[in-house]
Every structure is written in structure tokens, then in C-alpha cells.
Design a binder for this molecule. Structure first.
Ligand SMILES: C[S@@+](CC[C@H](N)C(=O)[O-])C[C@H]1O[C@@H](n2cnc3c(N)ncnc32)[C@H](O)[C@@H]1O
Ligand code: SF4
Length: 396
């Protein structure tokens, strides 16, 4: 079952524009991790920090007409490793954003940080610069696994970074991965224990995946098999829920009220302006939804932004893609979505997805009443199977 593509891409009509977020990509890391396919590049020599800050501001300036007058609900500095940048640069950027866009008074401003000593020394200054949420890439507390993952920090530095972060931030996320090379259930449990001891507002546990174009893809390590990975996943869920965290999205757990507002906006199919090398964006207009991508290579981006050509791709979403992309985000949330949100965000009647919704329900992958549509427990576990049902069929 799938959604039939309308023969002509008739315009959509949005009654109101969704909330807007700002994503800022910093594309450098000290070293490239062997599993990582993000647009991150090993910093060779000095990172052109000042030039990149100028490029980001130029990039934003050119994008302003597309978001004119809209309030920004959250800002996310992602990477790469944003904590390579000085607090002064982050402060310059936040001031530049405030001068050009109305940031909500309670704007969530997150920065992704690596737990190296060099980074942790800057945490307090990031807080002073206006960052109010820190997301630390811990990955594991096991020194052997950290080494296998090619991380530049050890477990002691990871624990120390969390302690330092807690002195300045009360809104902290830790990123961890599971189903690591050679990882046992007992080892995964120790990682969960380490995360729980940190008692942060938010935890992300990602199933390690072998992404194309990574060192791990070319030289695959031995990973826990599907059953072992599923057992680890169940253990994580039980332990975190037992400790008062709510499993609100596929890979995200939060203490009540500690959900990541920036990511929630993605999953509710909100808008985001993405600036920086390779950054993706999604912007709605009364009659269309547009996806954008910035020039990917940092050098080319620097040149492009200076010349007013930071955007590499701009693509209007077709009706059938809109329905699929909405589901791809909203069905990741445990709470699912109220049926009215579909029309609000896509400009389409939920009836366009009715066949696929029925099929998903019949297969036990989806539950719905008049208030909510959500993935069932089975649908959450086999999310790809569920989403397949919403894929558009294209007639050639
Ligand atoms: C863009 S990275 C940024 C964080 C920071 N650079 C770091 O690594 O500490 C965001 C998170 O994605 C997760 N991640 C990256 N590659 C992954 C993969 N192949 N499989 C699962 N999770 C991955 C990691 O947990 C990482 O912390
Ligand atoms: S996982 Fe983080 S530190 Fe490692 S290469 Fe990717 S973005 Fe950089």
C-alpha cells in the first residue's frame, strides 16, 4: 500500500506557518571518527574560525527575506564539533542572530560539545555567551569501546566533562551509542549506569549503524547481532524508564519537561533555517514547502557564502513526498500526532494517507483514535516497515 502521486503537482495551501528553528553547522572535528557520516572534516592546521563566523552571518543575511518577521523558537549549533570554536565566536554569532531575527524570550540554544579537556574548559563561557543547553558526545563510558570508536577522549575525561558542564548548565544531553563492536549486554548496562549517574535532563541512545562512506563500512567491525542488539535496546528502555526518563522519540529519553524543543520541532514537521556548510533546511510558505541544502565542502562554502552563493540546492516538495516526509518525522514520536497537525503542516487532507494508515493499522504497526495517530509498540520497533507504507509510488 502506498500513496498515489497526483498527476499534476497542484499547489498546497497552508493556513498558518509552523514554528521556526535555526540550525547552525560547524563542519570540523579534531579527528574523523570511523563510524561517522556527518558533514565533518578533520581540522588540518588552524580552523578558519573568524572567516567561518563571517560566512555564517553572510549566509543568514541572504536567507532573511525567506523568514522575514518570523520568530525563532530554538537555535542548535551542531557538527562536526562546535566546541572547537571559542565562546567569543559563539557569542558573536548569537548576537548576530539576535540583531537580525526575533529570538523567542525563552529560546532554547543548544551547542554540541566533545568531552575533551580542551572543550570542557570553555563550557562556562558558552553559558555566558547565551548557550542554555549543552549536548555532550559521550558515546560510551567504556575505555575499550571508546578506543574502538576512535574517540579522542577517554572515560575519565567524559565523566569530568559532565561534572564541569553541570556547574554551568542545568539542561544537558548526553549522546551515547549502543550495539558497539564486541559489546555485551553487561557492558551496555554499565554505560546506562554511567548515564544515569550523570542524572542529566536528556539522554540520547543511538543504535550504532554502519554508514556508507565511512571507515567502518569499508572495514566492518564485529557487531552484536540483531537479537543481541534488541536485547540491549530493551534493557536501555527498561532502565531509563525505571529511572524516570520518558522514551519520547526513537532514540531520545527525557525527564518530564526536559525534551529537546529543537528536535521536537523537526519531528512535528516544523520549519528550520539551516546555515553553514552542508546544512539542510525546510521552510514553508503559504503555497509550498521547500527543502534547501548549503554547499557541503567547508572551503567551497566559505567562498560561496562570501559571494552570495551559499545555497547549493533548493527543492519544492511534491505533494506525495510531503505526506511521506511528515510521517517519517511524526511517527518517530511516541505520542504520535493529532490528525489535524497533518493538514496544518502539509496543506493536505489526512485522507490522502488514509489507505496507508488503514494498512498500517491492519498490520498492527499503527494505533489511532480521534485524538492521536501513533506508531504501536510493534511499529516503533519496525519503524522502517511502517514508513514504507507511506512511500509515494511514482509512475514513469
Ligand atoms: C553530529 S554528532 C555530534 C557530536 C560530537 N561531534 C561528538 O561526536 O561528540 C551527533 C551524534 O550522532 C551519533 N552518531 C554519529 N554517527 C553515528 C552512527 N554511525 N550510528 C549511530 N549514531 C551515530 C553520535 O552519538 C554523536 O554524538
Ligand atoms: S562523531 Fe562527532 S567527533 Fe566524531 S567525526 Fe562525527 S561529528 Fe566529529
Amino acid at each position: 500500500m502506498s500513496i498515489a502521486v497526483a498527476p499534476s503537482p497542484a499547489a498546497i495551501r497552508l493556513a498558518a506557518l509552523p514554528p521556526l528553528a535555526l540550525y547552525v553547522h560547524i563542519p570540523w572535528c579534531v579527528r574523523k571518527c570511523p563510524y561517522c557520516d556527518f558533514n565533518s572534516h578533520q581540522a588540518k592546521g588552524e580552523v578558519p574560525e573568524a572567516a567561518y563566523v563571517d560566512a555564517l552571518v553572510a549566509d543568514l543575511e541572504l536567507a532573511l527575506p525567506e523568514v522575514w518577521g518570523r520568530r525563532v523558537a530554538s537555535v542548535f549549533f551542531g557538527g562536526g564539533t562546535p566546541s572547537l570554536f571559542s565562546a567569543a565566536s559563539i557569542e558573536t554569532l548569537i548576537s548576530a542572530f539576535r540583531a537580525r531575527l526575533p529570538l523567542a524570550p525563552d529560546c532554547e540554544i543548544t551547542l554540541e560539545a566533545n568531552p575533551g579537556t580542551f572543550e570542557a574548559e570553555k563550557f562556562r563561557d558558552y553559558r555566558r555567551a547565551g548557550v542554555n543547553r549543552l549536548s555532550i558526545g559521550i558515546q560510551s563510558f567504556n575505555p575499550r569501546h571508546l578506543a574502538a570508536l576512535g574517540r579522542i577522549h577517554d572515560d575519565r575525561e567524559a565523566r569530568r566533562a559532565i561534572e564541569i558542564a553541570k556547574d554551568s548548565f542545568d539542561n544537558i544531553n548526553l549522546d551515547l551509542m549502543y550495539a558497539l563492536p564486541g559489546q555485551t549486554l553487561a557492558e551496555a548496562r554499565e554505560d546506562v549506569q554511567g548515564a544515569l549517574e550523570a542524572a542529566t535532563a536528556h539522554l540520547s541512545f543511538y543504535h550504532l549503524t554502519l554508514e556508507p562512506n565511512t571507515h567502518f563500512h569499508r572495514h566492518p567491525p564485529v557487531l552484536p547481532d540483531d537479537d543481541a542488539a534488541a536485547a540491549i535496546q530493551d534493557m536501555i528502555d527498561a532502565a531509563l524508564e525505571g529511572a524516570g526518563y520518558v522514551h519520547y522519540e526513537t532514540s531520545a529519553w527525557a525527564k518530564p519537561g526536559g525534551e529537546c524543543r529543537h528536535n521536537l520541532n523537526y519531528w512535528r514537521f516544523g520549519d528550520y533555517l539551516g546555515i553553514g556548510a552542508g546544512a539542510h533546511g525546510k521552510l514553508s510558505f503559504p503555497d509550498r514547502v521547500v527543502r534547501t541544502a548549503r554547499v557541503r565542502q567547508p572551503r567551497a562554502y566559505l567562498e560561496g557564502a562570501a559571494a552570495g552563493r551559499a545555497v547549493e540546492e533548493r527543492r519544492e516538495l511534491a505533494r506525495a513526498d510531503l505526506a511521506f516526509e511528515f510521517m517519517m518525522n511524526a511517527l518517530r514520536l511516541a505520542e504520535g500526532f493529532p490528525p489535524g497537525l497533518f493538514a496544518e503542516r502539509t496543506g493536505l487532507a489526512i485522507a490522502v494517507a488514509e489507505k496507508a494508515l488503514r494498512e498500517a493499522e491492519a498490520r498492527g504497526l499503527l494505533e489511532r483514535d480521534h485524538e492521536r495517530i501513533r506508531a504501536s509498540a510493534l511499529g516503533q520497533r519496525f519503524l522502517n516497515d511502517l514508513l514504507q507504507l507511506f512511500l509515494p509510488v511514482r509512475s514513469s
